[in-house]
Write a protein that binds this ligand. Structure first.
Ligand SMILES: *[C@@H]1O[C@H](CO)[C@@H](O)[C@H](O)[C@H]1NC(C)=O
Ligand SMILES: *[C@@H]1O[C@H](CO)[C@@H](O)[C@H](O)[C@H]1NC(C)=O
Ligand SMILES: *[C@@H]1O[C@H](CO)[C@@H](O)[C@H](O)[C@H]1NC(C)=O
Ligand SMILES: *[C@@H]1O[C@H](CO)[C@@H](O)[C@H](O)[C@H]1NC(C)=O
Ligand SMILES: *[C@@H]1O[C@H](CO)[C@@H](O)[C@H](O)[C@H]1NC(C)=O
Ligand SMILES: *[C@@H]1O[C@H](CO)[C@@H](O)[C@H](O)[C@H]1NC(C)=O
Ligand SMILES: *[C@@H]1O[C@H](CO)[C@@H](O)[C@H](O)[C@H]1NC(C)=O
Ligand SMILES: *[C@@H]1O[C@H](CO)[C@@H](O)[C@H](O)[C@H]1NC(C)=O
Length: 282
């Protein structure tokens, strides 16, 4: 009897010990950190007409809450997907505590206020979808710390200010989409370092200055959308070096009346669409 007791305790603690071994989660208070961070995120939501967030309660483990996906082996949140659920409110800075997050998908809601710079703590983040919301303020430079980011989509928000130069250090970035905001300044020349960039979408903002010559280094880029801004000066000839380009939109900018090279079809053999609407070209 006594001995049986001893062994059951022994196995219990041994099991806990081995579960914790190799898991930094245990040292950090693990699962509880993620649960609290999710509850803080829920607290930032002020409008939820579909009652989505009511499933985020203690009757179920947080890995079962709507929109939450945990890793297969550990109770670590790897994805938060709450797209198109008519949610309004702010994005809690506590989101930065979901340290294993790979995907944050909040597109097509009514999130307002600023993008929290704590997202920069999410070093494993690959997909950040914030398009179709009402987010204001600037793009935080700390996003540049999300060194695994592949897709950054902030289309159709109320973002102002300049694109931080540091974003150009996101070396895995393939899609950088910021159309339909109120961004100003120029495209940082550090973007020329984004050697995997497939699409750069900056149309319908208030970008100004000249189109950076450095964009001519984006040899893998398939789409470049810079239309409907206030870019001035001439189109840098380096742009006509981008032989992978399929879509090029430069129209509706006060660009210097210039000429497209007559051998455009040879320089850009893959070009399907050329948007030069309202551009003054001779
Ligand atoms: C998130 O982490 C910070 C420290 O980095 C801590 O102060 C805060 O309480 C944490 N939030 C949650 C919800 O665990
Ligand atoms: C808690 O979540 C469960 C599962 O989604 C749901 O059935 C239940 O109604 C929720 N409880 C409350 C009080 O909202
Ligand atoms: C966006 O959300 C609205 C409702 O707010 C919905 O009608 C529409 O289908 C959603 N769009 C997409 C692409 O999911
Ligand atoms: C963005 O919002 C508009 C209007 O609600 C909707 O028609 C569109 O489908 C949304 N797009 C995406 C990608 O969710
Ligand atoms: C932003 O990044 C700086 C370093 O680049 C760091 O010291 C700071 O803690 C970060 N702040 C937030 C809120 O992420
Ligand atoms: C963005 O620009 C539009 C059109 O000029 C304007 O109506 C809106 O107030 C601006 N929003 C911000 C946050 O600056
Ligand atoms: C591009 O990257 C190189 C090295 O990786 C760095 O020295 C240079 O400053 C970067 N260029 C820009 C414009 O950020
Ligand atoms: C076009 O690319 C070639 C080779 O990659 C380079 O030598 C040349 O300077 C580039 N032209 C422009 C205008 O950037």
């Amino acid at each position: 009897m006594e001995l049986g007791y001893f062994w059951s305790f022994f196995y219990f603690y041994a099991a806990i010990f081995f579960l914790c071994l190799g898991l930094t989660d245990c040292a950090l208070g693990g699962n509880e950190t993620y649960r609290l961070a999710l509850l803080e995120f829920k607290a930032g939501i002020t409008h939820d007409p579909l009652g989505v967030m009511s499933s985020w309660n203690d009757s179920m483990n947080f890995c079962q809450w709507q929109g939450v996906t945990c890793g297969r082996r550990h109770q670590r949140v790897i994805s938060l997907n709450l797209m198109s659920l008519q949610l309004a409110g702010s994005i809690s800075p506590h989101i930065g505590n979901l340290s294993f997050l790979r995907e944050l998908h909040l597109a097509n809601n009514s999130f307002s206020q600023e993008i929290p710079s704590e997202i920069g703590f999410l070093s494993r983040l690959q997909y950040l979808y914030l398009h179709n919301n009402s987010l204001g303020g600037t793009i935080p430079s700390n996003l540049s710390r999300c060194s695994n980011l592949i897709n950054l989509n902030v289309i159709n928000n109320q973002l102002v200010g300049e694109i931080p130069m540091e974003i150009g250090s996101l070396s895995k970035l393939r899609f950088s989409l910021a159309m339909r905001n109120n961004l100003t300044g120029t495209i940082p020349s550090s973007f020329g370092n984004l050697s995997f960039l497939e699409t750069l979408g900056a149309a319908q903002n208030y970008f100004s200055g000249s189109i950076p010559n450095a964009l001519g280094k984006l040899t893998t880029t398939k789409a470049l959308a810079l239309s409907s801004n206030t870019f001035s000066g001439t189109i840098p000839s380096s742009i006509f070096n981008l032989s992978s380009l399929k879509d090029l939109y430069l129209g509706d900018n006060p660009l210097h009346p210039g000429s497209l090279p007559s051998n455009l079809g040879i320089l850009l053999p893959n070009l399907r669409r050329l948007g030069m609407y309202k551009a003054q070209l001779i």
